[in-house]
Write a new protein. Structure first.
Length: 50
């Protein structure tokens, strides 16, 4: 009886950690993409200004 709840908790923890990892990875990727895009637009405008 004491093993089942532990298994459920462990499974839920695994699921949550995976979800969190996916979310954080997606956030990082999006953040990097936006930063790169901003950098590209800034460099292009800077070049056009020159």
């Amino acid at each position: 009886m004491s093993i089942k709840p532990k298994k459920i908790i462990y499974f839920n923890w695994k699921l949550l950690s995976r979800l969190w990892l996916m979310k954080s990875l997606r956030y990082l990727i999006l953040h990097k993409a936006t930063n790169h895009r901003l950098a590209d637009t800034n460099s292009s405008s800077y070049c056009s200004a020159l």
